[in-house]
Design a protein around this ligand. Sequence first.
Ligand SMILES: [Zn+2]
Length: 69
Amino acid sequence: METARSEKAPDEKVICLFPGCEKEAVEPKHKDNAPTRQGPPPRYCEDENHNAASAYHELKRLEKEGAAS
Ligand SMILES: [Zn+2]
């Protein structure tokens, strides 16, 4: 029997958005930067190579790979 998985649970851990990465997203480390913890939730894991820019490039790379035949 297949169990239906809910698509989005509100309290689910956030997983890194980097393609292929399945680590849990963590808040970026700021040193003496933000006393108040407000702002967007973390979207990438602790790997400093995983960020919006690198994820974008990786997606582009994967797209090219997928498109190339
Ligand atoms: Zn990651």
